[in-house]
Design a protein around this ligand. Structure first.
Ligand SMILES: Nc1ncnc2c1ncn2[C@@H]1O[C@H](COP(=O)(O)OP(=O)(O)OP(=O)(O)O)[C@@H](O)[C@H]1O
Length: 939
């Protein structure tokens, strides 16, 4: 979005209000109810205005200057105002409703002191602004509103949740247990692409529910408080009976499985006022939503894996969505891809089904080309159906649906012609269903209706009208019109003869809004016929471009023509309404078809990506989460690999149960640790979405969630210390992860002192290894963590801890560092900080001072080194020697510390209390360390 429309060269529309009008408006405006979230716009026909705090907000945010502000009225009554052009209004609207999550929009129409609220919009319900929002852009994702209620008992809570997708007209309902961090709620909000969340207003005050509000905010979701009394389930079955398609019995059965979610559903239906619009009746579907269907991703993981585009991306390939989006249907495919990326699958059969289809398209270029050629011409069927249901009075959406519908036999042919190994799958999944929906009583009936009812010959002229032959009245009016047109043409000829002027060349017949049918001649010709004109004709207008005149016959015929024309047009209008309404009754057919087409579009897009990359992607082998390992040979980060300037070095990842299920990755800064661990997450996510992966060979044991903690994020901006944020985020991993998850942790403990950071990192690693047993990639600068590998070596039934490092090379002659980006087994405890600074072109003086200081430190260390110092190879370990007794006692004491530390209920503690506890533990450990050299090394 370009909000950078500064005022220079972009003149604002002039605020044209005189003193009286201004006064009238101010008195109206000041009486409006205050809602700090709402941005109010006033439609002044050629432009819009906003006032008061909204005006300042718009001037600052979108014009980047308060000089855009004008004052309406004087003195204490004065009202800050800003004017907004139509195109700027669209830009602001898109930002408020599609990008941000902190405002609602209201549009008023009227004049003076008489204004009426005509449209409202929220990020979750953009319906009334869709014509503006998507006039020039595809709809990228369908907004979803969630409503939820929760009850806490001890350390667990039950959540009742339901959601509505008003574009796809779907309702969903779920009830589940959650932890006190609301990890499950967060993953559901992410999976659904929720934009707005309703909670009872009372919960805003509850301390227990603070984490819920934080989870909602983390997901960039607008929090809307509703009165507790709205969360009721009375009349729910009757209400749903009207809205939901089909019989009420299955709905009643479904609802009987829920308790808390019913109140949430009641509040949701009343919030979006579903019953007020009869076009919703019989058009919704409702289903149970289960957390077990999709891989859980929280907002941190979605960010860490660069799943979606961000405003700061320089290029679309920076995000997985941008890279994978090669869809070609208008909007539908894009939205489905968006949804699939938020909902990676867990069922191996379902994943394999998508992979089979992708493989079919990868292996057969002809089917790819054939499908693409037709899908390109498919409109956004989902949205068109919704437009029809709003009872539009235009045939354009019907015609677009028709133009898409007539492509279907060709799409079916292309699919039928595929003879490869997956032909029966393609047949069952697409060919047969297409055949079913194209039958005589379904799609065929719709195309037949359009072909008989609409004047298709006129489409190219931009005229969308009902064929005159479609109705007797329309036909008779059309005949009358043509008859009169014929008489007018005759009269034109007669008049040309009468005036002795060549027809059309000199004597023109025109049809205008002001005079209806008139004759027109140039001023020069008028001189020749002036006499005759003044006698038998009526001159209507003399202008530079000619003289318009008529006579009583033409006037009469013209009037008759106008009369029939308006009757004809009103007959057209009522017939258009009928055709639109009949067309909208085919919504079930079109929904099924749009589902299939958008699926084909996304799968084709996957196949395109897999084949078009310089190194083609491969089909991953997928096993259930209880079986198999995660082995990615020659794996790449798809987004980094796609950057022109990057020569990507592939790496192997072998997460093998019992051997290397938990990996600690060390290595120099900038050595590629983060990239490596993220690329594993991205590859696993892609595999479970059903896409080929950027590897030479890949096996993926399905993961039920990916937890990713990378970097400290923007927590300082939200007033939470980095350390506390890390602790909270990590607490949610420890609570939410299981042996079926994938955990990716980068540089944990960076936000605090080395000691605390290491302590935290060690405690977490141990917990993950011993309790959670989740496959983990742990990139760290704490080289001491690599000792975990040895500690675990002799453990029976060990999860398998393995050290890896990213390789770099130091040229012994000039000590220059080269990153090799190669991940290799073994630990690396050498710090490359100074080399990296050199790498990053730090000033020479700084580098030499740093080197001198580092040497001083090394000299200062009195403890002898155990490793063979002659081996200066990167990745070698330098170990200090301690007595076995020091080591055993020290490690036992460290373990005790870590256990005490991990037992702290950090997520429920205030920051200062948490820090006090940590300081207390530390000082006790420090005391004990006085007699233990091994422990002393950590201080
Ligand atoms: N496999 C690779 N092939 C080519 N370039 C790579 C590879 N991995 C990383 N890079 C490049 O190196 C840069 C730094 O990588 P990355 O951020 O992963 O390092 P890091 O070890 O995590 O650094 P730090 O420890 O400072 O966070 C990346 O931005 C990328 O340009």
């Amino acid at each position: 979005m370009d909000t950078n429309q500064s005022l220079e060269g972009n003149k604002l529309p002039e605020l044209k209000l005189d003193a009286r009008q201004a006064q009238g408006f101010i008195s109206f405006f000041k009486k409006l109810p205050q809602d700090h979230r709402a941005v109010l716009f006033f439609d002044r026909k050629d432009y819009y205005t906003a006032h008061g705090e909204n005006a300042t907000f718009i001037a600052r945010t979108y014009y980047h200057t308060t000089t855009a502000l004008r004052q309406l009225g004087n003195g204490s009554d004065a009202l800050s105002s800003v004017s907004i052009s139509k195109s700027m209004f669209e830009t602001i609207l898109r930002d408020l409703l599609l990008e941000r999550s902190d405002h609602t929009v209201e549009l008023y129409e009227g004049s003076g002191s008489n204004w009426r609220l005509t449209k409202t919009g929220t990020p979750g319900n953009t319906g009334s602004f869709e014509d503006i929002l998507f006039a020039n852009n595809d709809m990228q994702e369908t907004p979803v509103i969630v409503s939820l209620l929760s009850i806490s008992r001890e350390s667990q809570c039950t959540v009742g949740l339901c959601f509505i997708d008003m574009t796809r007209r779907k309702l969903g309902i779920a009830e589940f247990l959650d932890d006190c961090q609301f990890t499950n709620v967060e993953s559901v909000l992410v999976a659904l692409g929720c934009k707005e969340c309703l909670v009872p207003i009372e919960s805003a005050k509850s301390v227990e529910l603070k984490p819920l509000h934080e989870a909602i905010t983390r997901c960039n979701v607008l929090l809307t408080d509703r009165k507790k009394s709205e969360f009721k389930s009375r009349d729910l079955v009757q209400d749903l009976g009207r809205i939901v398609r089909g019989s009420i019995e299955p709905v009643r059965d479904l609802l009987s499985n829920f308790d808390l979610a019913l109140g949430a559903l009641g509040a949701l239906i009343s919030y979006v006022d579903l019953l007020a619009d009869d076009s919703n009746y019989g058009n919704y579907s409702i289903e149970k939503y289960s957390l077990d269907w999709y891989m859980r991703l929280d907002s941190a993981a979605v960010r860490a894996l660069n799943v979606f585009e961000s405003k700061t991306d320089l290029n679309k390939n920076f995000s997985l969505f941008g890279l994978m989006n090669r869809t070609c249907t208008a909007g539908m495919g894009k939205r489905l891809l968006n949804r699939w990326l938020k909902q990676p699958l867990l069922d191996v059969n379902e994943i394999n089904c998508r992979l089979d289809l992708v493989q079919a398209f990868v292996e057969d270029a002809a089917i790819r080309q054939g499908l693409r050629q037709h899908l390109k011409r498919i409109s956004d069927i989902e949205r068109l159906i919704r437009v029809l249901q709003k009872k539009t009075c235009s045939l354009l959406p019907v015609i677009k649906l028709y133009q898409s519908a007539i492509r279907l036999p060709h799409i079916k042919d292309v699919l039928e012609n595929y003879q490869g190994q997956y032909s029966s799958l393609i047949n069952n999944k697409y060919v047969k269903p297409l055949e079913f929906w194209m039958q005589e009583d379904k799609l065929w009936k719709f195309t037949a209706l359009v072909e008989t009812a609409i004047d298709l010959d006129q489409i190219d002229n931009g005229e969308y009208l009902i064929s005159p032959s479609y109705g007797a009245e329309l036909c008779s009016l059309k005949n009358q019109l043509e008859e009169i047109e014929e008489q007018i043409t005759k009269l034109h000829k007669l008049t040309a003869n009468d005036l002795d002027l060549p027809i059309d060349k000199a004597l023109k017949l025109e049809k205008g809004t002001q005079y209806g049918h008139v004759f027109r001649i140039t001023k020069k010709e008028e001189q020749k016929v002036r006499k005759k004109l003044s006698g038998q004709y009526i001159v209507l207008e003399t202008r530079k471009d000619g003289v318009k005149f008529t006579n009583s016959k033409l006037k009469k015929l013209g009037d008759q023509y106008q009369k029939f024309l308006s009757e004809y047009m009103s007959c057209q209008k009522s017939m258009i309404e009928k055709v639109v309404s009949t067309s909208s009754s085919f919504s079930e057919v079109f929904e099924a078809i749009s589902g299939m087409l958008s699926e084909l579009d996304v799968l084709l897009s996957f196949a395109d990506l897999a084949t078009s990359c310089p190194v083609p992607y491969v089909r991953p082998e997928v096993t259930t989460s209880e079986q198999g390992d995660i082995i990615l040979e020659g794996s790449r980060h798809p987004c980094l690999e796609a950057q022109d300037e990057v020569n990507f070095i592939p790496n192997d990842c072998t997460l093998v149960r019992g051997k290397s299920w938990f990996q600690i990755i060390t290595g120099p800064n900038m050595g590629g640790k983060s990239t490596f661990i993220r690329q594993v997450g991205v590859n696993v996510l892609m595999a479970q979405v059903g896409c080929f992966v950027p590897c030479d060979h890949a096996t993926v044991s399905v993961r039920d969630c990916i937890f990713a903690r990378v970097g400290a994020g923007d927590c300082q901006l939200r007033g939470v210390s980095t350390f506390m944020q890390e602790m909270l985020e990590t607490a949610s991993i420890l609570k939410g992860a299981s042996e079926k998850s994938l955990v990716i942790i980068d540089e944990l403990g960076r936000g605090t002192s080395t000691y605390d950071g290491f302590g935290l990192a060690w405690a977490i690693c141990e917990h993950l290894v011993e309790v959670i047993k989740a496959p983990t990639l742990f990139a760290t600068h704490f080289h001491e963590l690599t000792a975990l590998e040895q500690k675990n070596e002799h453990e029976p039934r060990s999860l398998g801890v393995a050290n890896y490092h990213v390789k770099a090379h130091i040229d012994p002659s000039n000590k220059k560092l080269t990153m090799l980006y190669k991940v290799e087994p073994g630990a690396c405890d050498q710090s490359f900080g100074i080399h990296v600074a050199e790498f990053a072109n730090f000033p020479e003086e700084v580098i030499s001072l740093a080197k001198a200081k580092a040497e001083e430190l090394e000299d200062f260390s009195s403890t002898p080194l155990s490793c063979d110092d002659s081996k200066e190879e990167v990745g070698s370990k330098r170990k200090r020697i301690f007595s076995p007794e020091d080591l055993t006692c020290g490690a036992a004491r460290a373990r005790q510390f870590l256990e005490e530390f991990s037992a702290l209920p950090l997520d429920q503690m205030d920051l200062n209390v948490a820090l006090d506890h940590v300081a207390q533990l530390r000082s006790e450990l420090e005391k004990d360390a006085a007699s233990n050299p091994w422990l002393q090394q950590f201080f």
